[in-house]
Design a protein around this ligand. Structure first.
Ligand code: FAD
Ligand code: SIN
Length: 542
């Protein structure tokens, strides 16, 4: 049996920040299901938002976050996380992240949707990659951190799983598939840290990396943790529309520098918000959706031609070069763009120290729901949240390690009478079925009828996927498909429970917004459906 003090699942920003701090106190094992760079962190373009300009800037960042969150943010979480922003950014700077600077040496600050001021630090247009490079090299050099690529966590190991009271359960590690040897082994740990990222792959069109299949949400839910606000899936307004481009984003930062949207005919897009092209994402994505449906168009156009060729090449080199590979010269011609699933605002419910409902299990980053994002995340607040909460969770983990007993001897994985799949084509077909159905029925604009159909179809898909899961020898594809389908079901359940429209959740049958904003909580231990209004970030323990 493998064993360490701290088991970290994932190798994105939340993971790396956690690991570097926890390793000061004990051995850390990181398992990551593909290569260490694979994940949404490496895709982040726009930057990391932080209130660096004193009290007034802090207050306006708080207000912009609350306003984008459409009344559903937990204000205490917003204030607490943003207050740690300047120190978090200073740590990244000290770690060697080469943030872009103005001529006088101060940080160059960008702007994105929903921000009333410039406050986004960036490394040109490849901020996430630059941050991950620095932190990964520190992790690789650390003698107490073991980093295992191609290791996919299958499920959490829960002592006392038979207890109906989650307080009596304890997470003692995870079963992990080594994709090269195809063996599943128990990895024991006093503290397990979930940093598995988001859920974009639940949808047919997404800006996300292939890893974003919601594994952490699914594993935590199966282990007894509550999940919150999963109906709030953020669709980024501007992903490249090109038959050969899979998941390439055109950063909102380009609109922060003056780019704008038009229909295919060249008319400025009607965006019903005083901030126009820089309105929060839910509003811009719906405006694009409406314009495309009205005109039967497959995309709208994003214009950067007026920003100046040399400025575009210097500030947005990745976007420039990538579009050029698809024969689009963005200094001369507009970019065809469409909205795509981008960010999961909900997740595993945690407190502000990273604790989940389950003792021994902590979570941070996109997998978690702290209350910061509410019904719509403000742009560039997620790298900030992952940095702040990854560090806090490490501090909590060090405390928890001292409180819990040794890891018990763990049972080997039981593969029962599983066989090699006879028809892998069926597994591929179910991937497509779930993702297409979610895009068509649980997308930017929802109705009760479509959500009801989605629930019915998903029940059928889930039943067959569960049968494959138990009958066939597991590989990563099947593990991910099972998680994807469970997360899709939880999103639908949450969306059906919300009988109003708010932020990213727009239902034509309930277009009004309730006076009181309440979170949606789904508890695996109370199978009586999602409840809107159950306590939000209440009591937790690790
Ligand atoms: P990730 O970086 O996604 O890492 C998750 C890790 O978990 C990966 O290593 C993955 O392989 C691993 N993993 C998953 N499941 C398993 C499993 N079962 N077993 C083992 N390992 C597993 N946010 C901003 O604030 N600013 C931006 O400019 C910005 N731009 C973005 C641009 C794009 C195109 C995208 C997609 C997102 C962007 N975001 C941005 C959002 C932000 O990048 C993410 O929310 C953030 O990086 C998430 O970090 P994370 O550590 O939680 O997860
Ligand atoms: C972008 O650069 O437009 C993405 C920023 C984010 O998702 O926070």
């Amino acid at each position: 049996m493998y064993s360490s003090d701290f088991l970290v699942i994932g190798s994105g920003l939340a993971s790396l920040v956690f690991a570097l701090r926890a390793a000061d106190e004990g051995p850390v094992t990181i398992v990551t299901k593909r290569q260490p760079f694979d994940g949404n962190t490496g895709y982040a373009q726009g930057g990391i938002a932080a209130p660096l300009g004193g009290d007034a800037d802090f207050e306006s960042h708080v207000q912009d976050t609350l306003s984008a969150g459409a009344g559903l943010c937990d204000e205490a979480a917003v204030r607490s996380i943003l207050a740690d922003g300047p120190a978090a950014v200073a740590r990244l700077d000290a770690a060697g992240v080469p943030f872009s600077r103005d001529g006088d040496g101060s940080f160059a600050l960008g702007r994105e949707g929903g921000h009333t001021h410039r406050r986004i630090l960036h490394v040109k247009d490849h901020t996430g990659r630059a941050i991950q490079e620095q932190l990964l090299s520190a992790v690789r050099a650390h003698p107490r951190i073991q980093l295992l690529a191609d290791h996919c966590a299958v499920d959490l190991i829960v002592e006392g799983r038979e207890e109906s009271d989650v307080e009596k359960r304890r997470c003692v590690g995870a079963y992990v598939l080594d994709s090269r040897s195809r063996k599943i082994e128990p990895y024991g740990a006093r503290v397990t840290f979930l940093a598995t990222g988001g859920t974009g792959k639940v949808y047919r069109y997404t800006s996300n990396s292939d890893i974003a299949t919601g594994d952490g949400i699914a594993m935590a839910y199966r282990a007894g943790c509550r999940v919150q606000n999963l109906e709030f899936v953020q669709f980024h307004p501007t992903c490249l529309y090109h038959p050969d481009a899979k998941d390439f984003l055109i950063s909102e930062a380009v609109r922060g520098e003056g780019a704008f949207l038009t229909t295919l005919e060249g008319d400025r897009l009607e965006i019903p918000h005083p901030m126009g092209d820089l309105a929060p994402r839910d509003i811009v994505a719906r405006a694009i959706d409406r314009a495309m449906k009205r005109q039967g168009a497959r995309s709208v156009l994003l214009h950067m031609e007026e920003l100046g060729a040399s400025r575009v090449r210097e500030r947005f080199p990745t976007i420039y070069e990538t579009c050029l590979r698809y024969a689009i010269d963005i200094t001369r011609e507009p970019i065809p763009v469409v909205p795509a699933a981008h960010y999961q605002c909900g997740g595993v419910l945690t407190d502000l120290a990273g604790r989940t409902d389950l003792r021994g299990l902590l979570a941070a980053g996109e997998v978690s729901c702290t209350g910061l994002h509410g019904a719509n995340r403000l742009a560039s607040n997620s790298l900030l949240e992952a940095t702040v909460m990854g560090a806090r969770a490490a501090t909590t983990a060090i405390e928890v390690r001292g409180e819990v007993g040794a890891v018990p001897e763990l049972e080997p994985w039981d593969s029962g009478s599983a066989e090699l799949p006879r028809e892998t084509v069926l597994i591929d077909a179910h991937w497509d079925l779930v993702r297409t159905m979610m895009w068509e029925f649980v997308g930017i604009v929802r109705t009760d009828h479509r959500l009801g159909l989605a629930a019915r179809y998903l029940e059928i898909f889930r039943n067959s996927i569960e049968a494959y899961y138990w009958d066939f020898v597991l590989d990563q594809d099947l593990i991910e498909l099972r998680n994807l389908a469970l997360v899709a079901e939880l999103i639908i359940q949450s969306a059906r429970a919300r009988k109003e429209s708010r932020g990213l959740h727009y239902n034509e049958d309930h277009p009004e917004t309730d006076a009181v904003a309440l979170p949606t909580v789904v508890s695996p231990l109370e199978p009586a459906q999602a409840a809107v209004g159950a306590p939000g970030n209440g009591s937790h323990r690790a």
